[in-house]
Design a binder for this molecule. Structure first.
Ligand code: G6P
Length: 547
């Protein structure tokens, strides 16, 4: 492959910090606020001798009827990886989640709603409770109509759009009776169903358990569980951005207040970044009139103190490195390399769900601008986009896929040379090829409008073999950790993103190496094990866990 202006001094940015910070100890707020309690020593989950109940909407396994045979597949996403790791280490744990497929419902019914046991190594399998390493899962069947309102009207369009700043406010939202009914009979009612299931698991363990709730689907659960099980210790991890009070004013007051009071049923509300945690406390102050302490990061509700905390989620670096070395990835890597060498081209990669919050259309517009501004790059750059279709039942998501298709067709029509289109759009999940692309690409593009964390950024720097430059939106949680070692992108500025891509593509090799190595060191130092261990440490310390 031909290096493009590898030693052009005009593109050399400021020197990076050479010391690799451990974000758990040098978070911005710890530096700014001497009074802030220091993070505790991590707690090894294996040493935690209390029952733990985990709740997430998506299950770690999904059952399907494949040609008359029941098959279990591992659930998608980083959360499943992180929580399977946690659950595997704890002594007594049950994972409560939704029965999402018809076969899940059949399994739940066969077990009369009580927990099932599954092994997660290789293809997941239903096993006996005594099986070593079995994960206890309680699949909760939810009324179909209530679930549609909960998931398809409130959680995904409404809460997701408020929290990612996606509403085009001159035109939407238009809340009416449909949305109010969906909130009442969907979101509230499904939260009650899951609060019942969680409370039941707590009661089965004598009323004392650590309950770890996850995501925007379940903001009302903590308060309901606390009312029924007053001795419980509760934490809720919010995996998506938490915006400031003005963004929440989009929702009618009764709705936003119920969501906030629901979350304040927890002992700890956890986020990926300091900014989100602070925004949460400001919401409690401005929207509920509660007293907050930004030094201690707490809010007072009656006699209870609720703490907001920050734990950046991460990846299992060793597992990813192993995947990167697997035969499947190596085969795809060879194919990709041949294709690039033949074209004598450089490679930009993005890996995302087709979610409007990922800013995919503007990413392609920025790529088009890059080619407009630098004709010498035409025919010398490939943009490989792995986009997994997502939530197509939500009209905005379906429309967004259409927009993606149009912009790609236009850019490819303008810039195809010798039969080679610059953008290769792959609308399906193909993790091995995505990992091969991480390994071999020159630039990884992450230009999200808003993102709680973004694990693609962490995955790419961990397995890159060509010192890929991370072109990273300032609005991702990952930017708090990795921004100093990336080319920062401003997600609404097409020209700046085009310039950022150019800077990344023309960065001198030595600089690329420094940045990539520093970013990879941070990811390794703060991997997913730490994410869990620090949460357990804080929960033990803050609540005393009944000691
Ligand atoms: C994103 C969020 C996760 C959330 C997931 C739900 O990935 O970052 O926190 O769990 O969406 O996705 P689903 O496909 O289950 O609606």
């Amino acid at each position: 492959m031909t290096a493009i202006a590898d030693d052009d001094p005009a593109t050399v940015p400021d020197e990076p910090r050479t010391a690799v910070p451990d974000v758990h100890h040098t978070a911005v707020s710890d530096v700014q606020n001497e009074e802030r309690p220091a993070q505790r020593n991590p707690v090894d989950p294996g040493e935690l001798d209390v029952p733990v109940i985990v709740l997430s909407h998506r299950a770690p396994v999904a059952f399907r009827d494949e040609g008359g045979r029941r098959r279990a597949r591992r659930g998608a996403g980083g959360l499943v990886t992180a929580l399977v790791g946690l659950a595997g280490q704890l002594h007594d744990t049950v994972w409560v989640c939704a029965a999402s497929t018809e076969e899940d419902v059949a399994v739940a019914r066969e077990h009369k709603g009580s927990a099932i046991y599954v092994t997660m190594t290789g293809e997941p399998k239903l096993v006996d409770p005594e099986t070593t390493g079995a994960l206890q899962i309680r699949l909760v069947e939810v009324d179909r109509a209530a679930h549609e309102d909960f998931y398809g009207v409130i959680s995904n369009p409404m809460l997701w759009f408020v929290q990612h700043g996606l509403y085009d406010l001159a035109h939407s939202p238009n809340f009416g009776q449909r949305e109010r009914d969906a909130f009442e009979h969907g979101y509230v009612s499904v939260n009650e169903t899951f609060a019942d299931a969680v409370s039941h698991e707590v009661e089965e363990r004598g009323g004392r358990a650590l309950v770890m709730l996850h995501d925007y689907h379940f903001y009302l659960v903590a308060d309901l569980v606390r009312q029924r099980c007053p001795d419980v210790v509760l934490s809720h991890f919010v995996h998506i951005p938490w915006p400031g009070p003005d963004a929440w004013r989009i929702l009618p007051p009764d709705m936003r207040e119920r969501l906030l009071f629901g979350l304040l049923g927890n002992d700890v509300v956890a986020f990926h970044t300091e900014r989100f945690a602070r925004n949460f406390l400001l919401c409690a102050q401005e929207l509920l009139g509660l007293s907050i302490n930004l030094d201690k990061m707490t809010v007072q509700i009656g006699k209870r103190t609720v703490t907001a905390r920050t734990y950046p989620i991460s990846i299992d670096v060793d597992a990813l490195v192993e995947t990167a070395g697997s035969k499947a990835v190596r085969n795809r890597l060879d194919d990709l390399e041949q294709w690039l060498v033949a074209a004598d081209a450089r490679l930009i990669v993005r890996v995302d769900r087709t979610d409007p919050s990922k800013n995919i259309v503007r990413g392609f517009l920025a790529f088009e601008k890059l080619l407009d501004d630098h004709p010498e790059l035409v025919g010398k750059i490939r943009f490989l986009a792995f986009l997994q279709p997502s939530r197509l039942d939500v009209p905005e998501y379906a429309e967004y896929i259409g927009q993606i298709g149009s912009v790609v067709a236009r850019v490819n029509a303008r810039y195809t040379r010798h039969g080679e289109a610059p953008i290769d759009l792959r609308l399906h999940e193909d993790f091995p090829t995505a990992v091969a692309a991480y390994a071999i690409c020159d630039v990884v593009l992450v230009n999200s409008i808003a993102d709680g964390m973004n694990l693609v950024a962490k995955e790419a720097v961990s397995v890159s073999r060509r010192d890929a430059v991370l072109a990273l939106s300032e609005n991702t949680g990952a930017h708090e950790e990795l921004g100093a070692f990336a080319v920062t992108l401003y997600p609404f500025d097409i020209q700046q993103q085009a310039d950022g891509l150019y800077e990344a593509l023309t960065m001198p090799a030595i600089r690329r190496r420094e940045l990539r190595q520093a970013a990879a060191d941070i990811v390794r130092a703060n991997d997913v094990g730490k994410w869990l261990a620090f949460q357990l440490a804080d929960l033990t310390e803050i609540t005393g866990l009944w000691s």
